[in-house]
Write a protein that binds this ligand. Structure first.
Ligand code: BGC
Ligand code: BGC
Length: 795
């Protein structure tokens, strides 16, 4: 910072009221704040969470994002004469490209970049990402994630480059320079750059059992040498902000840990930027709630990410400043840090977002030269684990492309893509992107061959070779936590396809889409070649680049990807290693012999995926479906249908939805004892993270006749009623005879007083009237998957 810059910061600070200062350290989500609120509360920052977009539309076109950025900016600058005007700063999760924006270039997720072992490439990716962010008017990304994951059961492991601290550290400086430009006194926004944020400080990748937002019990030495390592290059390269982790270290939540934030990060590591919390993470600090957390401010937090809680948090923080709970000197330090970053950005002189360089250059979103770099990154990230000689394939042939992941851009892009979980999307939502299938088809067609897509492997014309694409489906954060290192059973179906193709004498190349190494010995044994594609993003053609020979039958490119972490031989975390860190074959190695692997996973099957309580008309393992009186009397546990209960007043039948008998229909006559339909388990589940994360209960329903009396929805805690029942207008308005996915934010149940840490029944319908309804599925998910979203009264 120049002396002039610092003088400007101090002048501003001296002219600010306590209200204006508190506003600067509060960040709200665009889904819960208006420009008018920004003007009134002097808010310093907004963010768009994974599920937020302009006007409530996560898929809003790029120009709407820019227009909204202008509106927030104008509100922040609209001040009475003599009042300080401080431009707002907008943060976004551009974690693999500007990944919330339709049409943006989507780079491989970090785990794939870790395989590429190419720091110079990382800097180019950072620069392109920054340019695309600038197009839509934001000036801050919550990236790079510099976690060093030690347990790949963690649902965020793919956001980390590697489990190796040295490899992670070797990338951090490059990514920060790409995003922010070199550390210098020149304004960041003067170049093609934005402010970066290293996250999640500290040891987010060290939690026990890989539990997201869990507790890291590691020693201080490991904390420093493994998890602290990436923060050294981050400081050297002048990262503007640091985001604290949801997790805790030795039982103390990081966001309230003064020793780590104030003493280590700021004093010892000499961090000069500002520290922002994660999404309502302050609410998890002992003694705090989402609405109040002086402990975090006093521990050294400079900005609260208070997406939907900002209003109450603003009020409590202001009161705590006024009564001295938060010392004025601490507030001044926090505000000065925020202002310094704004000064360093050049925000005070930048003008409105749409007037800045790159703004509105929509041609730069997904520009061909950007996509070319993403495609190069895909090529460099692929890791060849097996090749008995089938690769490279001859493109002048007939190629079958099979597997459920072959033509699915959402799947190859993973979480944090357009929507938070990366779910609820179809190929049409990805303007300009290329699926793996399309890339293969193009490659083969250009060489005079032909390709055929048949996800189930049932080909029309006998192929010369088959490529089977399989693997994980998208997830983000805790929704991706898994108990053991294996694919869910339904995702293993392509193994049988491989077997059938082999039996028909067709050589098979397996391509795995995945955020992490998993036990897949069966596929490794079946296939003649095996390529790990990680989560490649929008440029699926980068995969074909490596699978096919070019002219003269020589491979056009060679593999250079190396495992960024060890690959397991069983599904047990901490079990034996199959391929070590750094492993990866090349064409130069030539064909390699294969010795069949044991197909003993050494763990029990996981059963159904978490968060699905009822599917295709059946309760999932450990859940049961019951019809009873409202007070629980006369219960009928529905196992087979048809079934009759409530002394003949209720009957349950099979109904069809998506598949034959994929739903259950309840026909219940009115009665004074009432009736309840409930999905429940013996043991309570803790849904507090899901509640904080804006996850919804999604019920796929068909009202078969209008109910004769109000129907209440509720949850139960520890086997008893908890919270007030919800009478949702959206439920009452469901059109009879039509299947609808009704989304009820878990927050709604929490707001009625339910203890979301002890849920035994996530779904319950209650009525005294007649009820005729069919239910196909009850599960947790996001708003993108709902047809109707309940607007329940909150607070
Ligand atoms: C995630 C962060 C992210 C933030 C904003 C949090 O839940 O943990 O990584 O930057 O939300 O979307
Ligand atoms: C937001 C994410 C955030 C998460 C917190 C979601 O609703 O969209 O950005 O990371 O909640 O757990």
């Amino acid at each position: 910072m120049t002396a002039d810059g610092e003088a400007h910061v101090q002048t501003l600070l001296a002219s600010m009221s306590a209200e204006q200062k508190v506003g600067q350290i509060v960040q709200a989500d665009i889904g819960s704040v208006t420009p008018e609120d920004v003007r009134e509360f002097h808010l310093g920052s907004v963010l768009n969470g994974g599920n937020s977009g302009p006007g409530g539309n996560d898929l809003a076109p790029a120009r709407d994002w820019l227009a909204l950025a202008d509106a927030f900016y104008a509100a922040s600058m609209d001040r009475a004469p003599g009042q300080p005007a401080i431009p707002i700063m907008w943060g976004t999760d551009a974690v693999h490209g500007h990944s919330n924006i339709v049409g943006a270039t989507l780079f491989p997720h970090n785990v794939g970049l870790g395989a590429a072992r190419d720091p110079a490439l990382i800097e180019r990716i950072g620069r392109i990402t920054a340019i695309e962010i600038r197009v839509t008017g934001q000036e801050w990304t919550f990236a790079p994630t510099v976690t060093v994951p030690q347990d790949y059961r963690w649902g965020r492991a793919y956001e980390g480059y590697s489990s190796d601290p040295a490899l992670v550290a070797s990338y951090v400086g490059s990514m920060i320079r790409g995003l922010q430009g070199p550390p210098s006194t020149a304004p960041i926004l003067a170049g093609p750059h934005v402010a970066a944020s290293t996250k999640h400080f500290l040891a987010d990748g060290a939690t026990v059992d890989g539990k997201d937002q869990g507790d890291a019990t590691v020693s201080e030495l490991e904390l420093r040498l493994i998890h602290g390592a990436p923060y050294i290059p981050a400081m050297e390269n002048g990262v503007a902000t640091v985001m604290t982790s949801f997790s805790s270290w030795q039982g103390v939540k990081i966001s309230g840990n003064r020793g780590l934030i104030a003493d280590i990060l700021k004093d010892r590591m000499n961090f000069r930027g500002f520290v922002v919390t994660d999404w309502n993470a302050h609410g998890q600090v002992a003694g705090c709630s989402n609405a109040s957390c002086p402990v975090a401010a006093n521990a050294g937090i400079d900005m609260f990410m208070a997406p939907d809680s900002w209003r109450a948090l603003y009020a409590s923080t202001l009161a705590q400043v006024k009564d001295g709970t938060i010392p004025m000197a601490r507030l001044d330090d926090a505000v000065a840090r925020v202002l310094r970053v704004k000064q360093r950005l050049g925000l005070f002189d930048a003008g409105k977002p749409s007037a800045r360089a790159y703004s509105g250059r929509f041609d730069l979103l997904g520009a061909p030269e950007h996509r070319a770099v993403a495609r190069e990154a895909v090529r460099k990230s692929l890791v060849l684990l097996k090749n008995t000689g089938v690769l490279p394939l001859k493109p002048q042939a007939h190629i079958l492309v099979a597997g459920d992941g072959a033509d699915d851009i959402a799947r190859q892009s993973g979480g944090w893509t357009l929507s938070w979980q990366g779910t609820g999307l179809s190929n049409g939502d990805f303007l300009g992107a290329t699926s793996l299938w399309r890339g293969i088809e193009q490659n083969v067609a250009a060489a005079g061959g032909s390709a055929e897509l048949a996800p189930d492997g049932k080909f029309g014309r006998h192929p010369d070779a088959a490529i089977v694409v399989f693997g994980e489906t998208p997830y983000a954060e805790f929704q991706g936590d898994i108990p053991s290192l294996q694919l869910r059973p339904e995702l293993r179906r392509p193994f049988a396809t491989m077997r059938k193709l082999k039996a028909a004498g067709i050589p098979v190349v397996a391509v795995m889409i995945t955020g992490r190494p998993l036990y897949i010995n069966e596929a490794l044994n079946e296939a003649d070649a095996f390529v790990t594609a990680w989560l490649p993003g929008s440029e699926g053609a980068g995969v074909a680049d490596l699978l096919f020979a070019g002219k003269d039958r020589a491979p056009a490119f060679d593999f250079q990807g190396r495992l960024p972490t060890a690959w397991p031989a069983t599904a047990r975390h901490g079990g034996p290693t199959l391929f070590p860190f750094g492993y990866g074959l090349t064409y130069a190695d030539g064909p390699q012999p294969w010795k069949a692997l044991s197909q003993d996973s050494q763990v029990a099957d996981d059963g159904s995926g978490g968060g699905v309580y009822f599917d295709k008309g059946l309760a999932t393992p450990s859940w049961s479906l019951t019809v009873s009186q409202a007070d629980g009397g006369d219960p009928l546990r529905v196992t087979t249908v048809p079934a009759t209960g409530l002394s003949g007043r209720a009957s349950v039948h099979a109904a069809d939805h998506t598949v034959q008998e994929g739903a259950r229909q309840f026909v219940i006559a009115a009665g004074p004892a009432g009736a309840a339909v409930e999905i429940a388990a013996q043991n309570a589940v803790d849904l507090s993270r899901e509640t904080n994360g804006d996850v919804m209960l999604l019920a796929t329903l068909r009202l078969d006749a209008p109910p004769s009396a109000p129907v209440a929805m509720s949850v139960r805690c520890d086997g008893s009623d908890c919270g007030r029942p919800l009478h949702l207008p959206e439920f009452a308005a469901l059109a009879p005879g039509q299947w609808r996915v009704l989304g009820v934010p878990l927050k709604c149940f929490a707001a009625t007083g339910a203890d979301m840490t002890r849920i035994t029944a996530p779904f319950r319908l209650d009525t005294r009237g007649s009820l005729n309804i069919s239910v196909s599925r009850v599960a947790l998910g996001g708003g993108m998957e709902a047809d109707v979203i309940a607007k329940c009264p909150l607070d």
